[in-house]
Design a protein around this ligand. Structure first.
Ligand code: OAD
Length: 234
């Protein structure tokens, strides 16, 4: 890699784990505490909207108690300091990349601090009040806001921009994701097919580990700053 290399980075829950946000599939993780089909599907929302609204209100409130860690800060430094294009795509719905200073982050699975109106379909920045209290949509005033989070069975955001960046990338880097959820889990193969080098930084080998040219195993707070340092010095 050199100073003009085009880099696409995909992050997942593992990058925020050391900030104190639960991952999904680890022991005791979110999907052991809650049933996916209850809180992360349109069908679950139709069945019990209060349960779903309360779940995401609780996660949004929890964000106020956590801070970005060294891995988030290192990626923000890379974006600011690298001469070539860097696209940061995250599956995370937290705002820790932005709070570390990263610009133009693509939240392919939506954001906790955004609400989606089921009446007018507009997305609005949302800090509160709780969606469970059925506040009016800031645009059309209908009390029909839902979390602006992509549920299973729904289309992730920004896919065209992501695939365009992957097609021209020199390097694809995956950080803190288990590789269990598509389409994000397939990006490594798309990147390889288009000729990019591929690198994984994760606590343990992910489901798609075999597809990466290189896997470095360890904590994101250690591996990411080391890797960013290598790139910024290249
Ligand atoms: P997972 O919980 O599936 O995977 C988290 C990964 O991070 C695992 O491979 C862990 O080993 C790794 N990890 C944990 N702590 C780490 C640390 N300190 N440093 C580095 N790696 C660490 O989370 P995701 O892959 O992000 O989607 O999950 C993908 C999607 O599945 C989520 O966006 C969410 C979920 O269902 C939706 O809700 C639509």
């Amino acid at each position: 890699m050199d100073k003009n290399s085009k880099i696409v980075i995909l992050t997942g829950a593992g990058i925020s784990a050391e900030s104190g946000i639960d991952t999904f599939r680890s022991e005791g993780g979110l999907w052991e505490q809650h049933k996916v089909e209850d809180v992360a599907t349109p069908e679950g929302f139709a069945r019990d909207p209060d349960l779903v609204l309360g779940f995401y209100d609780m996660r949004r409130e929890a964000l106020a108690k956590v801070e970005p860690n060294a891995a988030h800060r290192a990626l923000a430094q890379l974006i600011a300091g690298h001469s070539g294009k860097v696209l940061l795509v995250t599956q995370n719905v937290d705002d820790l990349h932005e709070r570390a200073g990263a610009k133009n982050v693509l939240h392919m699975h939506g954001e906790l601090k955004s609400a989606l109106c089921q009446a007018c379909e507009m997305r609005s920045a949302w800090e509160g009040p709780a969606l469970l209290s059925r506040p009016p949509c800031p645009v059309c005033k209908a009390p029909m806001l839902r979390p602006d989070v992509v549920w299973f069975g729904e289309m992730p955001y920004e896919m065209e921009r992501i695939y365009a960046a992957i097609r021209s990338a020199d390097l694809f880097v995956s950080i803190g994701t288990s590789g269990a959820v598509y389409p994000a889990a397939g990006f490594v193969r798309d990147a390889k097919d288009c000729g990019a080098a591929t690198l994984e930084l994760n606590l343990e080998a992910s489901d798609g580990s075999a597809w990466f040219d290189e896997s470095r195993l360890g904590k994101a707070s250690e591996l990411v700053p080391q890797w960013v340092d290598e790139i910024l010095r290249s």
